[in-house]
Design a protein around this ligand. Structure first.
Ligand code: UDP
Length: 446
């Protein structure tokens, strides 16, 4: 075991090289600094450049050292294709990691790397850590329930509930992962997505590596999804992790802060905030339908249309009229805490979910894939702080449906009341999250 002379834990943080993993892990790294921890943060070469650009040359906290390795993705390849990134990352980074660890340790002989923290898809690094006698932990940038569901894959196969090769349900039954967890549609399992078989088989293998980690840290609270914590003693709720003002620039994208000034000019609880996170894009006809709905609603709206959505950015900017503001990337945590926000049209990514909950903002759920349907189940059926949209026969969410649901939500005092109560609960839970974080750091020190 690599122990440090001074008893200071030195973490090597290794996120899967996409926004949804880098941002929360970087933020988590920042949260470890006040406890006297040292952090070496490993990103891909490409993302290191993006991070530096987004920070406008502002230095990182001196206790966080950025290092990088190539992720092996060909410049011609699509980095949005997660299957490619998963396989090239394993092939390329894995072979280079032991040398990188050696180099980092050679520069810091009194504070050698004592624990490796990975996110999903980087379980191979836990294997490397295991061989080198370094402790391993998982930082899971999604709900504890979604991790519990991946961890139940073997049991579900064994029970004959899902197919062992595709993960598809064998019976037309809802799934209950444990008696304390909500009954969910099979399609709410996070491995149901476009390239279902690949992700399912990958996660079946990945869980073997993730089980090498002794701690599974989740940005959640015990009370939000209590049932999940009875499924494994490794699960540790350390949330809600919320960026403090000084570390708000930990983002791969440049935030357009003009929307905060624009929000200052809007009446209290008047603005519809629309964001689908860092990966999801709407089909052109669905995009138009949403634009038309926002127009019909005749309310102020703040809409995030990322630059990688090409033509849609131009269309959204032309269309926004006098009542809307379109940005390519918002300072979302700040936006959600702004008093002008009335509701959140969200794809229900976990970070967006917890940020909305933390600010007591009611949701209109528009999930696409992975864990988003499961998160919708929590939002609509368990916490009851939002509503979902119904699709028409062609699978479209019509402008009439969007308008109707937004209007219904905005006058629903019960949902608003529950959103406030949930927010208060989660704010209270922060103390428990901090205590768990303490325990984790003490464990990493030994
Ligand atoms: N986010 C942001 N600005 C935006 C849109 C999203 O800062 O304009 C942040 C958001 O606060 C959240 C993350 O990006 O922390 C999105 O994570 P989530 O898990 O919700 O979705 P994903 O991007 O992984 O699909």
């Amino acid at each position: 075991m690599n122990s440090n002379a001074m008893g200071i834990p030195h973490f090597l943080a290794i996120p899967f090289p996409i926004q949804g993993h880098i941002n929360p892990l970087l933020q988590f790294a920042q949260d470890l600094v006040p406890y006297g921890c040292r952090i070496t943060f490993l990103s891909s070469d490409e993302n290191l450049q993006k991070l530096k650009r987004a920070r406008h040359g502002k230095a990182m906290d001196s206790d966080i050292k950025l290092v990088s390795l190539p992720d092996g993705v060909d410049p011609e390849d699509d980095r949005k294709d997660q299957a490619t990134v998963i396989s090239t990352t394993i092939k390329t980074m894995r072979a280079m990691l032991p040398n990188l660890i050696q180099d980092v340790n050679a520069l810091d002989t009194h504070n050698k790397i004592s624990c490796i923290i990975v996110t999903k898809n980087m379980g191979w690094a836990l294997e490397v850590a295991h061989h080198l006698g370094i402790k391993g932990a998982l930082f899971w940038p999604a709900s504890a329930t979604s991790l519990a569901s991946f961890n139940s894959i073997q049991t579900l196969i064994h029970q004959g509930t899902i197919d062992s090769e595709t993960g598809l349900p064998t019976k037309n039954l809802k799934i209950q992962l444990s008696s304390n967890l909500p009954l969910m549609e099979a399609a709410a399992m996070p491995w149901y997505c476009l390239d279902n078989a690949f992700f399912f088989l990958h996660m079946k293998e990945e869980m073997k590596n993730l089980n090498l980690a002794e701690k599974w840290l989740c940005n959640t609270t015990f009370d939000l999804e209590a049932g999940a914590f009875f499924t494994s003693p490794k699960l540790l709720p350390i949330g809600p992790l919320m960026a403090k003002e000084h570390n708000i620039l930990f983002s791969l994208c440049e935030e357009d802060r003009t929307c905060l000034e624009w929000l200052d000019l809007q009446p209290t609880k008047s603005v519809i905030y629309v964001s689908f996170g860092s990966m999801v894009s709407l089909e052109p006809n669905q995009f138009n339908e949403l634009a038309l709905a926002l127009d019909l609603l005749k309310r102020p709206f703040l809409w995030v249309v990322r630059e990688d959505n090409g033509l849609q950015v131009k269309n959204a900017c032309e269309f926004r009229g006098s009542q809307g503001k379109v940005v390519s990337w918002a300072p979302q945590k700040k936006v959600l805490s702004h008093p002008a926000i009335a509701c959140f049209i969200s794809h229900c990514g976990w970070n967006s979910t917890i940020e909305g909950v933390y600010n007591g903002v009611p949701f209109l759920c528009w999930p696409f894939c992975s864990d988003q349907l499961m998160n919708q189940t929590y939002i609509c059926d368990v916490w009851k702080v939002g509503v979902g949209f119904d699709r028409d026969e062609s699978g479209l969410i019509s402008k009439e449906e969007i308008k109707k649901k937004v209007e219904q939500l905005l006058v629903d005092e019960e949902i608003k009341g529950r959103s406030t109560k949930l927010m208060e609960m989660v704010i209270k839970n922060k103390a428990q999250g901090d205590q768990n974080l303490h325990m984790f750091i003490d464990w990493a020190k030994d």
